[in-house]
Design a protein around this ligand. Structure first.
Ligand code: GLP
Length: 252
């Protein structure tokens, strides 16, 4: 199995997932006004819970952090319970004592979504970029909402969601018909400028995508394989997600 030399893989038991992810993120985060790129979805929840726990017992203080979100559904505003703005505000920012003014996310209700997307790229650059980007992986290998076939250099833009992605995310909405068809996503080029990336993968449903992303060819049909081109990536996988990686023992 080939794997990029700069990619560090950590395979952990499910009960260690949040703590291992928190350690990986905090180790790379600067002390002064860190810029933390945040992903949504189920996978990072144990990480956000662990950060909240450490905050509550005074072990960490991320109150001055800027939270920069990867993506947002077009058509869902910050007051919509299913928007990623709501997710970031309630599941990441609030438990860490981070004010809403320190959340950077595309407005899903912007009258001109293309302009909103382009502005987000400019804004991220003006803020000095992302120090640590937390990322998940789609079952089709997508990164943020960069679906298979996305260009390596793509910037933040409006994308059509694939049927696979809409099916996968239907569980958050009740029915697939309610899942928006479009999203604003940071591009693969945008994500690649983060100084370091911590990719999280959990569960059998992610096994094939994770295997393709970290040990398959670097191929635009597997957007997450761009991680092999990045100089500072840590992948944290539970044993089910890592099952296809033919590993012996723990990789640290
Ligand atoms: C969504 C998000 C991604 C996320 C992925 C996996 O489509 N846009 O940023 O990483 O799906 O989500 P989950 O962790 O819920 O499986």
């Amino acid at each position: 199995m080939t794997m990029s030399a700069s990619l560090r893989l950590l395979v952990v038991d499910t009960d260690q997932f949040g703590a291992a992810a928190a350690d990986a993120v905090l180790r790379r985060l600067p002390a002064h006004r860190p810029r933390l790129g945040v992903a949504t979805g189920d996978t990072p929840i144990p990480l956000y819970r662990e950060l909240a726990r450490r905050h509550a017992c005074g072990q960490i203080d991320l109150r001055t952090a800027l939270l920069i979100a990867l993506d947002e559904y077009v058509g869902l505003g910050p007051d919509d319970p299913d928007s990623y703005a709501t997710y970031v505000r309630t599941l990441v920012a609030a438990p860490l004592g981070i004010g809403t003014e320190n959340i950077v996310i595309a407005d899903g209700l912007a009258p001109d979504p293309d302009l909103e997307a382009a502005n987000l790229d400019t804004r991220i650059e003006a803020l000095g970029g992302v120090d640590v980007q937390i990322a998940g992986i789609g079952s089709n290998g997508h990164l943020a909402f960069n679906e298979p076939g996305s260009a390596w250099e793509s910037g933040t833009r409006v994308v059509q969601l694939s049927e696979q992605t809409r099916q996968d995310n239907a569980r958050f909405f009740g029915t697939v018909a309610d899942v928006p068809h479009r999203a604003i996503t940071q591009g693969l080029g945008t994500i690649s400028r983060a100084r370091s990336i911590v990719l999280l993968a959990a569960g059998t449903a992610k096994s094939a995508a994770l295997t393709a992303a970290v040990s398959g060819p670097i191929d635009p049909h597997v957007p997450a394989s761009m991680l092999q081109r990045h100089p500072a990536v840590t992948v944290i996988a539970d044993r089910a997600a890592a099952a296809g990686l033919s590993l012996r023992g723990e990789h640290r």
